[in-house]
Design a protein around this ligand. Structure first.
Ligand code: ADP
Ligand code: MG
Length: 730
């Protein structure tokens, strides 16, 4: 058995910091050019901080630490408790521990045959013996290990013939003072290559004690009291050198609150400013309401009704609407959005236009068809604007939009390109909002004088993320499915059992239903061992699904081809659609009852849930079969979440937890703010409290004009003024 473990040499440096105290002069001494303390401010470059030379400055920079303020707020990831000494006989292998004993022998083996040099010390307490081993250590270290002297070791306990610690931190100070300094709660910081924990401790801990007093309180006293928050200066000192782990965690949470509070204040201010802007006050009276409902193919659910009411209220008000409509796949967001569109177009004399933006051409087309049916024999002039139209066609379309010859324009991102100008844009609807960045959203918003904006999202964004991403937006939630839906049954099989999936498809097709078979890529890849849609479509058609009519849909096909296939599938001229994940969003074919997803292990939970939403859209019992390529236990556990719940919010939470916010949203340009200390998943409660407090504060002092809010105001403008376009509070 090899219980051998290497510990980074860095720990040894830490020894000195902790054993000999942080007062020690840092290596290299203090350069003469450092300004006197009185001149140091929070914005001062970290290179003027004691212990930071040019080399460390570079390393700190890589950690995002540029100024003294950055340094003070550079928070530990966690703490290690080195307070309790364990008798050697009670050590557990693989656990960190502190032991205290006497050095009974030492030896130094120089490097041999390419192996590393090794120093060993045999340490004994009243109960047992342990070997401390240091690899590649210096002679200096060896000289500190004196037979008969007391030593305290900290490290992970291993077992290699004997109990041992590899590269432990240690002190040979025999005094109680030395011991006290060694015994501590040690902060563990995020590092970059070349920077060691001990070094960072030696820079940060004294800096925090010296300079924390420069930091002004952003959170007003009343809010601090209400939440029982530590003074920020105390929190900054404690977070780097806490007396107990609990104290460190409390201090950390306090700093996270600060960070979130400033962010949420910015959101509240921004929301207030958008609310002040003047927008269109749509006239939506009982007649308009009745006329719209008369066109609806079904009675809205209670949840749809609620959303409709909220939207109509927004539209009637003379402030521009900014609302996110959230709801699980298949809950019927389109109908609600259609209400808003028709309401915006109701006053014909005003000549207002509505723009609907979808993330893919297929979806844009589907919306277009739905709206065309809904608006049959109405006077509304519709247009579909996509990227694949020819230049001359596009030119014609753009002219029509600019001249007001069309009322309702459905499109892809082609809608937000610079050359698209509306004559009189009244409402923007963005479907599957999470697929567009925030910047794009703003772009479209600038096309006219403050139009109303309605965002739809079928990726149920967990609440915390919604508060962060859309902090300034109102949210309506549809939490109910249209009646008569049987929940989709989800099954997980190993890909070697794929025949069970084909059998399910054959059965459903025999009953007159249709199926989707999804592959992650268009063309198979030998290197990655992934099956591709193209060749699989052929294999299935000529093999397991020979009795069915199979078609193929993927993103590389020409638009007309895609349209034709979609149309034929909708008309039931095909039974099985083999596709890539292009069908993930929005495709609505209620007769489809089976979805088979290949290589499910390669897709995120939220994405799988989206895909699954393509079936179970009518009263028929439906199935989703996940085929996984011999997934490891982690992947299998992840996929099993889907077999257990159909609740998109739960799945999204789980996905967010597993993958982190950046990956979850799939884009860098998602507009997610980066927080230094806080994590929007783990610290969601703090985010919610901070939001509540910040919105209350802005409600009572909208311009942050009160003297007790001046520090907050400055911080908000510094950090978010430009980005959120809220400079106008100044
Ligand atoms: P999503 O919210 O995922 O965009 P859709 O708007 O595409 O969902 O609606 C899903 C399906 O439910 C569609 O087939 C739609 O026609 C149907 N649907 C929507 N609302 C209702 C309703 N109130 N009653 C019955 N069926 C409805
Ligand atoms: Mg939809």
């Amino acid at each position: 058995m090899h219980a051998f473990r290497y510990f980074p040499m860095s720990d040894m440096q830490e020894t000195e910091a902790l054993a000999d105290g942080v007062k020690r002069k840092p290596a290299g001494g203090t350069p003469d050019h450092k300004p006197p303390i009185a001149e140091i401010g929070l914005g001062t470059s970290v290179q003027y901080v004691k212990g930071v030379g040019p080399k460390r400055f570079k390393l700190l920079e890589r950690c995002g630490i540029l100024t003294l303020e950055d340094l003070l707020y550079y928070s530990p990831l966690r703490y290690e408790d080195r307070c309790d000494v364990t008798p050697i006989c009670r050590l557990n292998v693989d656990e960190n521990a502190v032991v205290r004993g006497t050095i009974i022998a030492t030896q130094w083996k120089g490097p041999r045959y390419g192996s590393k040099s090794r120093i060993e010390a045999f340490v004994r307490d009243e109960t047992e013996q342990i070997t401390a081993v240091w690899f590649n250590a210096s002679e200096h270290l060896y000289k500190r290990l004196i037979r008969g002297h007391r030593i305290i070791l900290y490290g992970k306990v291993g077992c290699y013939r004997w109990l041992q610690m590899v590269n432990p931190t240690f002190t040979t100070a025999e005094t109680d003072e030395g011991l006290d300094k060694f015994r501590a709660i040690v902060p563990i910081y995020p590092l970059t290559e070349g920077l060691r924990q001990g070094e960072l401790c030696r820079i940060i801990i004294p800096a925090a004690q010296t300079y924390a007093n420069l930091v002004e309180e952003v959170v007003p006293a009343s809010v601090r009291q209400a939440n029982n928050l530590l003074p920020v200066q105390e929190a900054l000192k404690t977070v780097h050198a806490p007396p107990t782990i609990e104290a460190g965690d409390t201090a950390r949470r306090r700093l996270i609150y600060d960070e979130f509070f400033v962010f949420q204040t910015a959101m509240a201010v921004r929301k207030r400013i958008t609310g002040l802007a003047s927008g269109i006050s749509f006239r939506i009276g009982p007649n308009v309401d009745k006329r719209i409902r008369a066109r609806f193919p079904f009675t809205p659910t209670a949840a749809q009704e609620r959303a409709v009411r909220e939207i109509a209220d927004d539209m009637r008000s003379d402030h521009p609407m900014s609302r996110l409509l959230q709801g699980d796949v298949g809950c019927g967001k389109t109908l609600v959005a259609a209400y808003a569109m028709l309401a915006a177009l109701a006053e014909r004399a005003k000549g207002r236009q509505v723009a609907v933006m979808a993330p893919t051409e297929i979806l844009a087309e589907q919306h277009f068809l739905f709206l065309r049916r809904l608006l049959e024999s109405a006077q509304v002039r519709l247009m579909l604007l996509t990227g694949s139209q020819s230049a001359s066609e596009r030119k014609q379309n753009l002219d029509a939009i600019l001249n007001g010859d069309v009322d309702l324009i459905v499109g892809t991102h082609a809608l937000i390109q610079e050359d698209v100008e509306f004559k009189n844009l009244g409402l923007i609807v963005i479907d599957e909002q999470h697929r567009f960045g925030v910047a794009q959203r703003h772009n479209l918003g600038r096309k006219g004088p403050a139009p109303d904006v309605l965002l739809l999202t079928a990726t149920p964004i967990p609440r915390t993320l919604a508060l962060t991403l859309y902090g300034e937006v109102d949210v309506s939630i549809i939490d109910e499915m249209p009646p008569g839906r049987a929940p989709v049954r989800t099954l997980l099989f190993d890909s070697s059992e794929e025949d069970r999936a084909w059998e399910a498809i054959r059965q459903q097709v025999a009953q007159g239903h249709q199926a989707f078979v999804v592959y992650p890529v268009i063309d198979e890849s030998d290197k990655l061992d992934i099956k591709g849609a193209t060749s699989e479509a052929e294999r299935l058609q000529s093999g397991p699904l020979a009795s069915a009519r199979v078609c193929l849909l993927h993103g590389r096909m020409k638009q007309e081809q895609k349209d034709a296939v979609m149309e034929q599938f909708r008309k039931r001229n095909y039974d099985v659609m083999v596709a890539t994940t292009v069908i993930e969003v929005g495709i609505d074919v209620p007769n489809a009852t089976v979805m088979v997803i290949n290589h499910a292990e390669r897709l995120g939970l939220a994405q799988l849930h989206q895909l699954r939403g393509r079936v179970g859209r009518a009263q028929f019992p439906s199935y989703c079969i996940l085929l996984a390529e011999s997934a490891g236990p982690d992947a299998a556990a992840r996929l099993r979440t889907l077999t257990k719940t159909n609740d998109g919010f739960k799945i999204a939470e789980e996905d967010l937890r597993l993958r982190g916010p950046g990956e979850f949203l799939g884009t860098r340009q998602s507009g997610l703010p980066e927080f230094l200390i806080g994590n929007i998943v783990d610290d969601r409660e703090i985010m919610e409290t901070a939001r509540r407090d910040a919105f209350a504060l802005v409600a009572s002092d909208p311009r942050l004009a009160l003297p007790e809010h001046s520090v907050l105001r400055r911080r908000v403008l510094d950090r978010y003024g430009k980005r959120l376009d809220i400079v106008s509070i100044a």
